[in-house]
Design a protein around this ligand. Structure first.
Ligand SMILES: *Cc1c(COP(=O)(O)O)cnc(C)c1O
Length: 405
């Protein structure tokens, strides 16, 4: 049967998809810019950005153009053969960052898996096989492979899957003394999100990030920054580490890298990369020409003063609208985050209503996210129109009024 003849709906989800998600009660079928339409033709404003992925909105003309032209040229070669889009994208990422070598994957988890393996491998080759301790943080999120959930700081995501990779220590985020207490010469890496995303939209303080850099230097450990969510312009700079005046050893990027097409990258220095050799790590799809061509176009657009400088003005519009809503409803204790990675923290009286607000927003024609049970998260397109922000915030206010009544 032709795909378009098979009627599917939100109910179909409950019968055919592994029940690891609980999607909202509508099915998006079309998107343009920051607007989305469902099966019934109802229109939504998108403050969710596909979880910080569609940084240029839906179906950006330049991305569509690249998708079409590369789609008629070459999709996939495997890494037995290299390809021009991957080489161009790597060159541009290197030119735009601290990095000198790039590894491509297909998801954030894969980029992090590569980063953690590289950190361990580098320590093993350069120092000792016993230098394997990874220091990570409570509430951190690094992906869903067994290694990445184990480095992540939420046991509910890593329990129940058998023995975990060993020698991973978790300490409180933004607590330098706690890191000092556990770091030693057997530590190969500190892994941290410059802005914890899933864990509640919590930025690292400058003292914390600079302190981590100094501790890594003292103990010959690598500073690995997970910029899967904070990277690619989200914070108002291409990568969030630029806010902190530090140079990382490894960063990972994914979500917005392909503007909606699956692709990820791990970036590092020549010195660290030099321990690797053919066969030590790899992936079949990673760096395929279709993904890399689209990511190259996304990077060309995002890494411009127009887009990066526009982030702060849009943030201000979000923050002032949220403050107005708070004056009316007294529902938030804090608006936090950086750039267009925004968290509105519900105050004690309304804690745990985040999912209700998400659902009520959908009913009003607005897509938002949560980050934990008490934070509403906004990660819209970096080029969202001011009129869409205003209309979305009007819908958000109506949703909150409904939840509170
Ligand atoms: C989303 C996310 C990941 C995982 O990315 P996937 O593409 O879902 O594997 C890892 N780290 C951070 C910080 C993220 O936000």
């Amino acid at each position: 049967m032709a795909a378009e003849n098979l009627a599917v709906s939100r109910e179909t989800f409950d019968n055919v998809i592994l029940p690891v998600y609980a999607p909202v009660q509508f099915v998006p079928v079309k998107g343009k810019g920051s607007r989305v339409w469902d099966q019934q033709g109802k229109e939504y404003i998108d403050f969710s950005g596909g979880i910080a992925v569609t940084a240029l909105g839906h179906c950006h003309p330049a991305l569509v153009e690249t998708l079409k032209s590369q789609g008629e040229t070459l999709w996939h070669t495997s890494n037995v053969f290299t390809n021009e889009p991957a080489l161009r994208l790597a060159s541009k990422l290197i030119a735009a960052t601290f990095a000198e070598r790039v590894f491509f994957g297909n998801s954030g988890a894969e980029a992090n898996e590569a980063a953690f393996k590289l950190a361990r491998y580098y320590a093993c080759k350069k120092h000792s096989p016993f230098k394997s301790k990874i220091i990570a943080f409570h509430n951190a999120f690094h992906g869903r492979t067994l290694f990445t959930v184990s480095v992540g700081g939420q046991p509910k995501y890593s329990d129940g899957f058998g023995p975990k990779p060993a020698d991973i220590v978790h300490v409180p985020f933004n607590d330098l003394a706690a890191v000092k207490a556990v770091i030693d010469d057997h530590t190969c890496a500190i892994v941290v999100e410059p802005i914890q995303g899933e864990g509640g939209v919590m930025p690292a303080t400058p003292e914390f990030m600079q302190g981590l850099r100094a501790l890594c230097d003292q103990h010959n450990a690598l500073l690995v920054l997970d910029e899967v969510q904070s990277g690619m312009g989200r914070s108002g700079k291409l990568f969030a580490y630029e806010h902190y005046g530090i140079k990382p050893d490894i960063i990972t990027t994914a979500k917005a890298l392909g503007g909606g097409f699956p692709v990820s990258a791990m970036l590092t220095t020549h010195e660290i990369a030099s321990v690797m050799a053919p066969g030590v790590h790899g992936t079949t799809y990673g760096g395929n020409p279709l993904a890399c061509a689209i990511a190259e176009t996304a990077l060309d657009i995002i890494n411009t003063p127009e887009v990066l400088n526009g982030v702060d003005a849009r943030r201000e519009q979000f923050v002032s609208a949220l403050q107005k809503i708070n004056e009316q409803f007294d529902i938030f204790s804090e608006i936090r985050g950086k750039g267009l990675l925004l968290g509105a923290v519900l105050n004690a009286q309304h804690a745990s209503k985040a999912r209700d607000i998400l659902n009520a927003s959908a009913a009003e024609g607005l897509m938002v996210l949560t980050a934990g049970s008490d934070v509403i998260r906004f990660v819209p397109s970096l080029v969202i129109e001011p009129t869409d922000i205003a209309e979305g915030m009007a819908r958000f206010a109506r949703a909150i009024a409904k939840v509170l009544n």
